[in-house]
Design a protein around this ligand. Sequence first.
Ligand code: CP
Length: 305
Amino acid sequence: MRHLMSPLDFSVEELDKLLDLASDIEANPKKYAHACDGKKLATLFYEPSTRTRLSHEAAMLNLGGSIMGFSSAESSSAAKGESVSDTIRTISCYADICAMRHPKEGAPMVACQHSSIPVINAGDGGHQHPTQTLTDLMTIRSLKGHLGNMTIGLCGDLKFGRTVHSLINALVRYPGMKFVLISPEELRLPGYIRHDVLEKNHVPYEEVVRLEDALPDLDLLYMTRVQKERFFNEEDYVRMKDFYILDAKKMKLAKDDMYVLHPLPRVNEISTEVDDDPRAAYFKQMQYGVYVRMALILTLLEIEV
Ligand code: CP
């Protein structure tokens, strides 16, 4: 039985296969409409979510399966003090596969150690968000035609932004990658990722503070919001939250084919005036999230169509 805790749980070849399957699902949705008849997905969300929870649910429904779950810790027995390990033992009796989001780093890992069904990490604290990475990889491959050989700017809250941590882990395995890390000093990428992931893999990167300085050289810009829920005090968040605002004027500095991605939700970091720019790819990106999660459910349940 396999789980998905980190993008590194899949080899590059397995990721390619999964993305191929997601593309086939996009092109031929009817072929997969009954692939999960009789199967049940549980979504165990101890933290708020719109896209990740509902796209997992849409994925299972599109495959002919059923869904159950909770969308906050307060509406589950966690509010009465139940542990993650006891909850997953319970869910293993009711469902065939589950997706878990939790504010504590490592909670889905604890779950998979006590689970008899596949567990998908749907985001754990400031650590990892591997299904967002699958979505991002499908988006990049669709827009650029390939993965690798590009300069990607990662902008915003690189300290707490788990989507960025997972994406870097996945992309360093492709050749010719270069990263431009765009953040204020206080929200720099954690040292363990700079040293253990980028430097260890000899992947070139530079750190800059001004988005304008980085924009002309980028093939792709990955914007992130400042993660309000991870700050210890409101004052620091308020000071940081509007540090970057991508607008139409800044987009003029970028290449004609520099696509803009964002895991969403957006707050102020991308002005709505950018939404109509043909390089704005973040709404397409969230649509891809359903296809990759359909492909992931099929892969983890070992269902071939
Ligand atoms: N991208 C993402 O994780 O969005 P949600 O928080 O809405 O699930």
